[in-house]
Design a binder for this molecule. Structure first.
Ligand code: IMP
Ligand code: MG
Length: 178
């Protein structure tokens, strides 16, 4: 089944303001510290790219990438999480912030959190742009949340359906195309 771009869920302006606000909070919390931001590929790349520039120079920031898969080319979770690309940095003793596009069932983030905890970081927190609380099956503690959204499939600003629409500047509802 194909999808098309539906209504706007979060506008470009709202994204910009929220990312700035999150960046400021993170900058204050990690002021003078060494932080490793772990971007969960591919969905969080756009968010990370904007967020890291809002964090600013008062944080000694490094970035790294992790890829996991829990979805195929559809909007339904397969329920299986696998590592596709691991970190290149050693995070032992480091302050680590996981940066993710969306928290849905919680399966991916609870898996990623457990995986990174085993590597003994000094601290480990989560920052998600979007949250669909209605869909949660695994509880996940998130320190920084952008927007709570209804149970709709979101696309744009990094989020895809079947690999498409990541490059849109706002977040839209993916609508089934007849
Ligand atoms: P969870 O494991 O169910 O929490 O799913 C999280 C992952 O599923 C995210 O990293 C996304 O890649 C994907 N996902 C969940 N909901 C959406 C959505 O509405 N749009 C695009 N991707 C989504
Ligand atoms: Mg993702």
């Amino acid at each position: 089944m194909g999808y098309k771009i539906g209504d706007v869920l979060v506008s470009e302006e709202e994204l910009k303001n929220k990312v700035r606000e999150l960046g400021k909070r993170i900058a204050a919390d990690y002021h003078g510290k060494e932080l490793v931001a772990v971007c969960v590929l591919k969905g969080a790349v756009v968010f990370l790219a904007d967020l890291m520039r809002e964090i600013g120079a008062d944080v000694d920031l490094r970035i790294d990438f992790l890829a996991v898969s829990s979805y195929g080319a559809t909007t339904k979770s397969s329920g299986v999480v696998q590592i596709q690309k691991d970190l290149s940095l050693d995070i032992q003793g480091k302050d680590v912030l996981i940066v993710e596009d969306i928290l849905d069932t919680g399966l991916s983030l609870s898996y990623i959190k457990k995986l990174l905890e085993e590597r003994l970081p000094a601290s480990l927190e989560i920052c998600v742009l979007l949250d669909k609380p209605e869909r949660r099956t695994q509880p996940v503690e998130v320190k920084y949340t952008g927007f709570s959204i209804p149970d709709e499939f979101a696309i744009g600003y990094g989020l895809d359906v079947g690999g498409q629409y990541r490059h849109l500047s706002a977040v839209y509802i993916a609508e089934p195309a007849e």
